[in-house]
Ligand binder design. Structure first.
Ligand SMILES: Nc1ncnc2c1ncn2[C@@H]1O[C@H](COP(=O)(O)OP(=O)(O)O)[C@@H](O)[C@H]1O
Ligand SMILES: [Mg+2]
Length: 293
């Protein structure tokens, strides 16, 4: 009597074990499937991201080539055209004017190539700072001076707000270049009658913040990151009314970073743009303290 019951119990246990085994197997298979699906999804996401990056890089390259070609052709055409006129023995009184156009176009080309070279040097880590103690006011004056005429011709006022009296430890030529780039943008993208204001302040941590604010056309939100990249511009060469190859902002940002600082952009379309440069406290000595020292 006990033997068959034992056999029956065993076969129930076997059944139970085999069902449990199947269940566990199914559970593992499901889990493995879910994990595989998640891996496949994240791989697809990565591939999509890489593809979008490659497409963006491709678009940036095409835009760069189109812009460069356009920006090189204009001054080159002027040089060829005016030098041809000079060969036809023009009236002596006309010669200085033609020579001036040729000189301006040549300088424009040189400026462009210098920009490309500067950026290449910065990216290769080959640019070094020649640090000196210099007053903030001096750096700002050196940047405003060569641009005052262009601002006046466009009836754009350049106003100095508060200038912190301090000595800065920096490379004066490179920091002047930063403000030349920012101010020439502000003049270029601000319509007649607009204004530019330069302000500065010390934060509670002793960092120096310098603002260049204009009342110009502004930059759409979706372009704020792109214009800081090399050759990034809001408008392309077909719609653009102003010259430039899109290196001013990335060079300015890289030079500020070399000083341990930050360059940030805030803008509203048709209201204006504010560029903020902040320099770390370690580079700033308030003038009174500097005089005592
Ligand atoms: N102050 C500004 N107001 C409006 N747009 C600006 C301003 N500064 C820069 N931008 C936008 O950012 C782009 C990149 O500027 P930048 O790097 O100096 O190159 P570029 O002046 O040669 O075009 C400009 O083409 C313009 O679209
Ligand atoms: Mg510029």
């Amino acid at each position: 009597m006990s033997k068959p019951r034992q056999r029956q119990n065993r076969s129930l246990l076997d059944d139970y074990c085999s069902q449990l085994g199947t269940l566990m197997e199914r559970r593992y298979t499901e889990r493995a499937l879910i994990a595989a699906k998640e891996q496949a999804e994240s791989a697809a996401q990565l591939a999509g991201h890489a593809m979008r990056q490659a497409q963006a890089a491709d678009r940036a390259k095409s835009q760069f080539l189109a812009t460069m070609t356009h920006e090189l052709r204009t001054p080159l055409n002027a040089i060829i055209g005016f030098s041809e006129i000079l060969q036809t023995a023009p009236r002596p009184s006309e010669i200085p004017g033609y020579a001036r156009y040729i000189h301006e176009s040549g300088s424009q080309l040189l400026g462009m190539l210098n920009g490309v070279l500067d950026l290449a040097r910065i990216e290769a880590g080959k640019l070094e700072l020649d640090e000196q103690d210099v007053a903030l006011e001096e750096v700002l004056d050196a940047a405003i001076r060569p641009l005052r005429k262009a601002a006046e011709e466009k009836s754009v006022a350049i106003m100095s707000g508060m200038v912190v009296e301090c000595l800065l430890r920096l490379d004066p030529a490179k920091m002047t270049q930063v403000f030349v780039n920012l101010l020439s943008n502000a003049i270029k993208f601000t319509p007649e009658g607009g204004s530019i204001e330069i302000d500065s302040d010390l934060t509670s941590a002793g960092d120096l913040s310098i603002l260049v604010r204009d009342t110009g056309k502004g930059i759409p939100n979706e372009d704020l990151e792109r214009v800081l990249q090399p050759f990034g511009q809001v408008e392309d060469h077909l719609t653009r009314q102003n010259g430039g190859i899109g290196l001013g902002l990335p060079i300015a940002r890289a030079l500020v970073k070399m000083h341990g600082g930050e360059l940030t952009l805030a803008s509203e379309v048709d209201v204006g743009t504010t560029v903020e440069i902040s320099l770390p406290a370690i580079r700033v000595r308030p003038m009174a303290a500097a005089q005592v020292a």
